[in-house]
Design a protein around this ligand. Structure first.
Ligand code: AHR
Length: 502
């Protein structure tokens, strides 16, 4: 039998709510058609932003939204996206399908979106703007920060007011370039680190704003990039970075043939799971390097692009990266969140790629229709961990066979919230077998347990516009209190979250 042991008094670090963050790029139908339909659209909207999408995202308490890219960010010149829409210059989106970008969604529209996504009384949905280091100037980035954050008389604050916004937005999160090792300029780590120091210097704090600067970090296991960046930006005299990004995609096949999102066999399921589990090794190894230069863990890892990447849906524009989302994606999301929660000491933020209609989306749209994907439901289920205190978890798992190797069948993470409720999240990747778990919350005699589950009959099951409820959240009743422990029977291919009160 599997064993999960949790120490309910061993937590001293909050799971940052920003781990449950999002990423939305000017790519395919993420912004245009996904969020933005324009004020004259018959699709219900507030100032051009879809009402249905905003309502769905508010429900899962989206803590932050990264924008405008991605690769797009390093070609984006923000001044093209302000002022009267009809007068904004157009550009070619060279990375994503070579389509014409008319800049109708710019800084004001993005920050309006973040405000619409914020629920009064709760922490706001914080904007995370990724600046252009690849083809933009230091002055451009510096002025963008001034435009968004300065509350006084200055050229950029005056321009903002002229464009209809008096109060600054107080944008805290700023990315200093994206994938500077690749689409963001093909830089060496040394060259980027020097550039980072320069661009970041002029991203000023205005008034009460305290800019949180996120350096472009490594692509998956490029540990040398992390080492050079940390060496050149952190040390005894203090850190020049607040966050270091990490990008890692779960790609079951080769980049040239990644595999279908919905037509796959058991082998592809298991390879996908193995690749999802790899996030743990990445975080451990990058953290070890960071510990050397930043032993107090002041700089956080910001996994600002993660998720599955499959072949595009047949018949769709290859440059738009539109893919379906199945129960397999839900397991990938659950595994990632368990790993992120367990690395709460170092992981400050994570942003799934991408919110709508691109890669591992949580929402798909088609004209006025919208469907929530299995991944959406995992975000919904795991929102209980946002800003709760992480509890140390020990897992002893049965194995699932993968070719000549094995994978642990279950993964787990746990937290305790302000009302002393303990939440335990569990995943079972085994396609055939339920997993029985002895769950021991040390020293706690549980008085009540309730739970919710995401599973489905077939691993390829997914939601469509005609059948939107194939994969969703159901009540879970297979956690039973027996003495000082709980016995949980976790169905094959499932994600479960339990709520336990002592
Ligand atoms: O998310 C799609 C793309 O993947 C992003 O634009 C880029 O940063 C990454 O390579």
């Amino acid at each position: 039998m599997n064993r999960v042991v949790i120490n309910p008094n061993g937590g001293n670090k909050k799971i940052s709510r920003h781990i449950y963050g999002h990423f939305s790029e000017h790519l395919g139908r993420c912004i245009y058609g996904g969020f933005w339909v324009g004020e004259d659209s018959p699709i219900p909207n507030v100032r051009g932003i879809r009402k249905d999408v905003v309502a769905a995202l508010k429900k899962i308490k989206v803590p932050n939204l990264r924008w405008p890219g991605g690769c797009f960010a390093d070609e984006y010149h923000w001044k093209d996206g302000i002022g009267p829409r009809a007068e904004r210059p157009k550009m070619v989106n060279t990375h994503w399908g070579g389509v014409t970008e008319d800049n109708s969604f710019g800084t004001h529209e993005f920050l309006d979106l973040c405000e619409q996504l914020s629920e009064p009384g709760l922490p706001r949905c914080e904007p995370y703007i990724c600046g252009n280091v690849g083809s933009g100037t230091v002055q451009e980035l510096s002025q963008w920060v001034e435009y968004c954050n300065f509350d006084g008389i200055s050229p950029m604050a005056d321009l903002r007011k002229k464009n209809g916004r008096d109060a600054p937005w107080d944008v805290r999160f700023w990315g200093i370039g994206n994938e500077s090792w690749g689409c963001g300029g093909n830089m060496t780590p040394e060259f980027y680190a020097d550039n980072y120091r320069r661009y970041a210097t002029y991203a000023r704090n205005y008034g009460k704003s305290n800019v949180f600067k996120i350096a472009c970090g490594p692509n998956d296991s490029n540990y040398e990039w992390t080492r050079v960046l940390m060496e050149k930006t952190c040390g005894e005299r203090g850190n020049l970075i607040d966050g270091l990004s990490l990008h890692y995609y779960t790609v079951p096949g080769e980049w040239s043939h990644k595999g279908s999102a919905t037509e796959f066999g058991e082998g592809e399921w298991l390879i996908t799971m193995r690749k999802a589990y790899f996030m743990d090794e990445l975080l451990r190894k990058h953290s070890e390097i960071m510990d050397k230069y930043d032993p107090k863990k002041k700089a956080g890892i910001v996994v600002d692009e993660w998720g599955t990447w499959f072949d595009v849906e047949p018949g769709t524009n290859p440059g738009f990266l539109y893919q379906q989302n199945s129960l397999r994606d839900a397991l990938v999301a659950g595994i990632h969140f368990n790993i992120f929660n367990n690395h709460a000491e170092r992981v400050f933020m994570a942003n799934i790629a991408q919110t709508i209609n691109v890669l591992q989306s949580i929402v798909l749209t088609e004209g006025g229709r919208m469907v929530l994907t299995p991944t959406y439901h995992v975000f919904d289920m795991y929102k209980v961990h946002q800003d709760a205190v992480k509890l140390p978890v020990f897992v002893e798992s049965d194995d699932v066979r993968l070719g000549f190797g094995t994978l642990p069948a279950i993964s787990a993470s746990a937290s305790i919230d302000d009302d002393d409720r303990i939440h335990v999240s569990l995943t079972n990747i085994d396609l055939k077998n339920d997993q029985k778990i002895s769950l021991d919350i040390r020293g706690l005699s549980a008085k009540s347990v309730s739970g919710s589950i995401i599973t489905s009959a077939a691993m390829q099951d997914h939601n469509t516009f005609d059948k939107p409820d194939v994969v969703g959240i159901a009540k879970f009743n297979d956690a039973v209190i027996s003495g000082s422990k709980l016995t949980v029977t976790l169905p094959a291919k499932s994600v479960v979250t339990l709520e336990i009160a002592g």
